[in-house]
Design a protein around this ligand. Structure first.
Ligand code: ZN
Ligand code: FE
Length: 253
């Protein structure tokens, strides 16, 4: 039996995710931007909340934890290396650890850069990446360095290409505009942006997206390609330098 994943829109443009295994009646939440929409979804589905998985310390990812903790008594799971800035953790984990959640083997990646201590939860076929790798983009580099963020994105890029990427925000159309400003002749990118516009027009989330498509269209993942290096610099620049240049341009786009 496969797991069910429900996307829960929160705040103005955040996504939280409910992961449910029907056999075990077990439910895990990835990030808690606010409690109300999440508890409404849980209650309408008749699910309890067994775990909250925290990706990073920003308020728009943890703001609902305490209220949900009071209602459902879940175990809260997060990066032990960032415990001081996170809500109280019941289970502390770090990169390399494995968990059994919703009857699935889950591994942890440290994807620092947006924040130091940002982690991703990797279920078979589904990676929860929050503000590291995003649809057609990546998070702003607030605490880490550009090379650190690039290395983090490479860990996600190395997952099986069919992996679905569940990221933390609906930023895809703005990301697409920026991506097209760099690669207006990228056919896969043009097709994707058209597609995403249609989905947004119908009020459908553009997240998750498949890693294979990100590799073809996401400018930040394309920082190791000769095409992208030529566009933002020169063909013999390093992957890290190319990534840094793209990230800086996005910050002022
Ligand atoms: Zn964030
Ligand atoms: Fe965020």
């Amino acid at each position: 039996m496969s797991i069910t994943i429900k996307t829960v829109p929160c705040l103005s443009d955040n996504y939280a995710y409910l992961i449910h295994d029907a056999n075990l009646h077990e439910t895990a939440l990835v990030d808690a931007p606010e409690a109300a929409p999440i508890s409404a979804e849980l209650d309408s589905l008749g699910w309890n909340l067994d775990y909250i998985l925290i990706t990073h310390h920003h308020f728009d990812h943890v703001g609902g934890v305490e209220e949900l903790r009071k209602i459902y008594r879940p175990k809260v799971i997060g990066n032990k290396n960032d415990r001081k800035r996170l809500p109280k953790l019941d289970i502390e984990i770090a990169e390399g650890d494995r968990l059994q959640l919703c009857n699935r083997d889950v591994s942890i990646l440290d994807v620092s850069g947006h924040t130091i201590g940002h982690i991703a939860f990797v279920f078979p076929g589904a990676a929860f990446t929050a503000d590291s790798l995003m649809a057609l983009g990546c998070g702003r580099v607030f605490e880490g360095t550009f090379p650190m963020m690039w290395q983090s994105l490479q860990k996600i890029a190395a997952l099986p290409a069919e992996t679905m990427i569940y990221s933390g925000h609906e930023y895809t159309l703005a990301n697409g505009e920026f991506a097209l400003s760099l690669e207006k002749d990228n056919t896969a990118l043009n097709n994707r942006v058209e597609n995403e516009k249609k989905r947004r027009g119908e009020g459908v989330p553009t997240v998750p997206s498949q890693l294979s498509l990100e590799l073809l269209t996401n400018p930040f993942l394309r920082a190791n390609t000769p095409e992208m290096k030529k566009i933002v610099g020169h063909s013999d620049m390093s992957d890290e330098d190319c990534f840094a240049e793209i990230r800086k341009r996005k910050d002022s786009f």
